[in-house]
Design a protein. Structure first.
Length: 260
């Protein structure tokens, strides 16, 4: 187990180096980001904490790094891709997973660009990831990347991973000083409530194709899904018909008290 001060020194070294090498990130609260930045960040962590052994053992061609703007609640995920069973292999009596060759597994490490960009932006509050308070957007990205690297390590060595498990939390604590496995990055729902006073159920007005519409917020992701009661709409379980609109939060205006 590394001393806490040494963990922090290595994390700071990575923080400085990734900014120096990036073609996209110009400040710790960067406004641009691409998958090469995530790949470089993972490689620096591999060098600083795993002696460059983890990614080499997995194989660079078996590991992809991606950013997702569609992930609006989950900060990161580690996806394992299994090859299909070999032709002619029998699956009767056992699961498909038993017929797979683990040597051909591929991994995809994905971070949510949406949640990262919403941190240290237009909602001002402390940001904590993995139990550690972050001072800027890059530190939040580091904590999420560290978390997903533990998933990668577990999946590669033990073929399963659970961040709520004792093994995961022990590895995350010993290597990176994590004290929790959750994040409190600012979700779009929180941003909607704090900045625009909008929640699921809120009655809102918006303009679309030159016409004013009034409806209720049904869902909040990157945009708000607003349902407007209309005979031309699709039927819903309440026996009414609604038109469905996808509206940026900043284009909505509250018309009345929020629903539950």
């Amino acid at each position: 187990m590394l001393p806490r001060d040494e963990i922090r020194r290595r994390q700071k070294r990575i923080h400085a180096e990734v900014l120096q090498l990036s073609r996209s990130m110009d400040t710790p609260n960067f406004t641009r980001l691409d998958s090469d930045d995530l790949r470089r960040l993972a490689m620096l962590y591999d060098r600083e904490f795993f002696g460059s052994a983890l990614l080499d053992a997995i194989g660079r061609d078996r590991l992809r790094f991606e950013l997702s703007s569609r992930m609006t609640r989950v900060a990161g995920k580690l996806v394992t891709h299994h090859p299909p069973p070999a032709k002619g292999s029998r699956t009767t009596g056992f699961t498909r997973a038993d017929a797979r060759s683990d040597d051909a597994r591929r991994f995809e490490l994905v971070l949510s660009s949406t949640l990262l960009f919403q941190a240290f932006s237009d909602v001002d509050r402390p940001i904590t990831v993995t139990g550690l308070e972050c001072r800027d957007r890059l530190e939040a990205m580091q904590r999420v990347c560290e978390h997903e690297l533990v998933h990668l390590l577990e999946m590669f060595l033990w073929k399963d991973s659970s961040c709520a498990g004792e093994r995961f939390q022990s590895i995350a604590g010993r290597f990176f000083g994590h004290t929790d496995y959750r994040h409190d990055l600012i979700t779009q729902s929180e941003r909607a409530a704090r900045k625009f006073d909008l929640r699921v159920g809120s009655l809102v007005r918006f303009r679309h194709d030159g016409q004013d519409w009034v409806g209720r917020v049904n869902r909040i992701t990157r945009r708000a899904t607003v349902l407007v009661e209309d005979a031309r709409g699709e039927p819903f379980g309440d026996g009414r018909r609604y038109l469905r609109f996808y509206v940026p939060l900043e284009n909505l205006r509250r018309e009345g008290p929020s629903g539950c």
